[in-house]
Design a binder for this molecule. Structure first.
Ligand SMILES: Nc1ncnc2c1ncn2[C@@H]1O[C@H](COP(=O)(O)OP(=O)(O)OP(=O)(O)O)[C@@H](O)[C@H]1O
Ligand SMILES: [Mg+2]
Length: 369
């Protein structure tokens, strides 16, 4: 069998009492995209930081192109590029200076440095801003420069930690296209994301991570076949009516309605068709919903289906159960949102519970090998 580009066996990481990774296993074949999909605090960045030799695991084993990340960190570093979750470029240098500096630091052949920086600035649509200090860049420009920086040495294995968080739909699409090009040219990419759609569009395989464990590792197609890729949501205004509607709908359709307060949701492969049928049945029973929506499945829906609970970052009830789907709804051509439901509000921020944990993590001393 072909050697995997990345192989992870029983990988664990503890930070004091916090178990950030708990016996994680996965393999990434060369020339493919592997997506780690999970909510805040799931352990995505920790995985990437171990694989890129920034952190030492507490247990288990990981290799990049056959090199052990603990025993051969230098060799691993020569094989990888990393765009971390937080921009690593120097704010006071220009975009071009940053890329050239990285060319020098990564020992790119000297005559290659200038043209390589120029090529990447063009490719990431940063040529116009190339000679301005990075502190004058917008968030999206910084993010693109960060990914460009990871590509300077043309690494065979690329790690991208939430590469499109904070990008507008157009920049996100552009970055997806760049990632696809890299993979066509043979690069292996491991990326993390909180967006189901992103994993779906880019990755051959997706591992869903929750609280340091992989809860499923499959192809996006298989995941969607299991979960449906659209969700129908109905708000029945009153809990009693929602209970009644759930009982009317149960058994009539292969899709099972799940009730939460006054709301019902049904995952489906064809949400629009299901919605029409559902409304028909409800209407015949004198049950007209207050609002209806058809939207793409979000990470939160995947969690609910796989674990029976929502992502920690999502509110348990209330107006925005689909916070993770914000940019997804804004970008997706297959978005069938009727614009009436909570799924239609783009860009709503994820919740804060795990964010505050991350704040603690960021201010804690770094545990470097
Ligand atoms: N240096 C650290 N010290 C202590 N705890 C840490 C440290 N780094 C991470 N953690 C904890 O490990 C867990 C996993 O964190 P990690 O950063 O890997 O999550 P993530 O999946 O990348 O989340 P996000 O989507 O918020 O970036 C969290 O509970 C976090 O608080
Ligand atoms: Mg992270």
């Amino acid at each position: 069998m072909e050697q995997p580009a990345i192989s992870v066996v029983g990988l664990s990481k503890r930070f004091g009492p916090v178990v950030a990774l708990d016996r994680v296993d996965f393999e990434v074949p060369p020339g493919s995209v592997f997506g780690l999909l999970g909510p805040n605090g799931a352990g995505k960045s920790t995985t990437i930081r171990i694989l890129t030799t920034i952190l030492r695991p507490s247990g288990g084993h990981a290799e990049v192109l056959g090199r052990d990340v603990v025993r051969e960190p230098q060799a691993v570093r020569r094989l990888i590029g990393l765009a971390g979750q937080y921009a690593a470029v120097d704010q006071n240098l220009t975009g071009r200076e940053n890329l050239r500096l990285i060319g020098k630091l990564t020992h790119l052949h000297r005559p290659r440095i200038r043209p390589r920086a120029g090529e990447l600035l063009d490719r990431f649509d940063l040529a116009g801003a190339a000679d301005r200090p990075v502190r004058t860049y917008s968030g999206g420009m910084r993010r693109r420069l960060d990914v460009a920086a990871a590509l300077v040495p043309d690494p065979p294995v690329l790690f991208l930690d939430e590469p499109t968080t904070g990008l507008d739909p157009q920049s996100r699409n552009a970055l997806w296209e760049l990632i696809r090009e890299l993979v066509r040219d043979g690069t292996t990419v491991l990326l993390t994301t909180q967006y189901l759609e992103e994993a779906d569009r880019l990755a051959e395989r997706v591992a869903v991570v929750d609280e340091g464990r992989i809860i499923v590792d499959d192809t996006p197609a298989a995941l969607k076949a299991r979960l449906g890729n659209t969700v129908v949501e109905l708000d029945m205004a009153a809990e009693a009516r929602a209970v009644q509607a759930a009982s009317v709908l149960t058994g009539r359709f292969p899709e099972v309605p799940e009730r939460e307060g006054t709301r019902l949701r049904m995952a489906s492969r064809d949400g629009s068709a299901l919605l029409l049928d559902v409304l028909h049945v409800l209407d015949a029973n004198g049950l007209v919903p207050r609002s209806v929506a058809v939207r793409e499945s979000s990470l939160d829906d995947v969690f609910l289906a796989l674990t029976g609970h929502r992502t920690a970052a999502a509110p348990a009830t209330g107006a925005a159960p689909t916070s993770g789907a914000g940019p997804t709804s804004a970008a997706g051509p297959q978005d069938t949102s009727g614009g009436t439901g909570p799924g239609a509000s783009p860009g709503s921020a994820p919740g804060t519970s795990a964010d505050s944990a991350r704040q603690t993590a960021r201010s804690a001393p770094e545990d470097t090998p």
